[in-house]
Design a protein around this ligand. Structure first.
Ligand code: GUN
Ligand code: ZN
Length: 435
């Protein structure tokens, strides 16, 4: 180990030890060696820790200001990189019409690799700037374009899961593939990602949703995931009309369709899950499958209000997603705020629902997201031996707007309710400062 491999951060630190346990270390330190957290504690313990780790106190030290807090990186468990140009557009239409009118028409343009490069560069930079250190991306149908998303994520140093989507039905012909191509191209894509040999990026099997594919294809994709121990992502129960169509197409409830294809695993992330029945929720818990809650999208497309409290209390793993461009904002900061809004709105008409609070949405955006992605041993908080994915949040950037004191919990609340990318002073992924 050289001195350059070691970084020390000193200041107020907030992270989740578990769903209901927010830890505030005031003031504290984090020692980072290479990409990993070597020690965390109260500042008074730092000299002892340095001696114990045989480190000199002269290694690179960053001391946070009183208006700053150190928090884990934010995790976006569901977003569509190629849809970034469509953010804010077409929300007069419900999901299925919106997909047909705007989304497939946009996504088929990614045969253009220059366009792909420009959009993916923009979306990776924008999400990093908003503090998304890990993103679970849907790519498009085309391998060449989705490979560029992989290259871009590696170039900018974001942690990511990336999927080439599978679609053989119900879209314009030029934006469909045959089942044979779908399987062959998925295998090729997985190989491409592994050959990058990046510690940051993993492939994820991505059948778009039950209406885009067939049971046979889903089963084959489930087999590929099983053989490679790969992640899986798709959409579920997002819109009432979609749910009806899936049930009439397959003759069984939505979650059962995926289960029959062996797509529900502990490494599966399902977008939305608004209309899941009690039996479907039970099935997800049994399989260890997660839901990505996408509150902005669910409002923009008028899909519905997800009862996140119910999912959590039943033991479903839940993370937050922007679902751009179902959601208009690429920011998980915004998703935390809208998650609170949706939860409050839900509590007005389902009175037994206690609204989520700021600590819980912070959990969903960090440790909860890591659990949803089955990456809780690697990221999500500042436990020793995890990767150092972190943000320095500064709520004092505009001194004219900064009136109150420096209690770290208050800084976190201000950030969730009023913050944006300007308040994300620095972003670290695997110990490397990328903003
Ligand atoms: N269901 C199938 N595809 C999509 C998509 O691109 N966005 C959303 N929000 N839902 C979907
Ligand atoms: Zn989506």
């Amino acid at each position: 180990m050289t001195v350059e491999d070691v970084q020390i951060f000193i200041g107020n630190i907030i992270h989740c030890k578990s769903r209901l346990n927010l830890e505030v270390i005031k003031p504290g330190f984090v020692i980072v060696i290479g990409s990993k957290i070597a020690a965390v504690g109260e500042e008074t313990e730092l000299p002892h820790k340095l001696t114990q780790l045989q480190l000199k106190s002269c290694v690179a030290t960053r001391v946070l200001k009183k208006s700053q807090i150190l928090i884990p990186g934010l995790i976006d468990t569901h977003l569509h990189a190629p849809q970034y140009p469509n953010c804010g557009l077409g929300y007069d239409k419900p999901l299925l019409e919106w997909l047909n009118t705007y989304i497939y028409e946009l996504e088929k343009q990614y045969v253009d690799l220059d366009f792909s490069r420009r959009v993916y560069k923009a979306v990776v930079r924008k999400t990093l700037s908003n503090g998304t250190t890990t993103a679970c991306y849907y790519g498009c149908l085309f391998n060449e374009s989705t490979n560029i998303l992989v290259d871009t994520v590696v170039e900018y140093g974001q942690r990511a899961l990336i999927g080439k989507i599978n679609m053989t039905r119900l879209a314009p012909e030029e934006y469909l593939e045959t089942p044979e191509d779908s399987i062959a191209n998925t295998k090729k894509f997985v190989k491409y990602v592994f050959e990058k040999e990046s510690d940051l990026v993993l492939p994820i099997i991505t059948p778009r949703f039950a209406l885009s594919v067939t049971m046979e294809l889903m089963k084959e994709l489930g087999q590929i995931a099983k053989l490679g121990d790969l992640h899986i992502q798709t959409h579920i129960s997002e819109n009432a009309e979609e749910v009806k169509l899936v049930e009439s197409t397959y003759g069984m409830p939505y979650a059962q369709v995926y289960d029959k294809a062996n797509l529900l695993t502990r490494k599966t992330i399902l977008g939305h899950g608004i209309y899941l029945s009690d039996e479907e929720i039970k099935l997800l818990v049994e399989r260890g499958t997660a839901v990505s809650h996408c509150p902005d999208s669910n409002l923009c497309l008028k899909s519905g209000l997800c009862n996140v409290r119910k999912l959590l209390e039943n033991g479903v793993k839940v993370g937050l997603g922007t679902d751009i461009s179902g959601g208009a904002s690429p920011s998980i900061i915004k998703a935390m705020k809208t998650c609170l809004d949706v939860s409050i709105a839900k509590s007005f008409h389902v009175t037994e629902v206690k609204p989520l609070n700021y600590e819980e949405v912070f959990y969903l955006a960090t440790l909860g997201g890591s659990e949803a992605l089955a990456m809780e041993n690697k990221i999500g908080n500042f436990d020793v031996h995890k990767e150092f994915d972190a943000l320095i949040i500064d709520m004092g950037i505009n001194i004219e707007d900064y009136f109150i004191g420096c209690d770290p919990r208050e800084i976190l609340q201000k950030f969730i309710y009023t913050g944006d990318d300007r308040n994300v002073a620095s972003v670290y992924v695997a110990g490397v400062e990328v903003k």
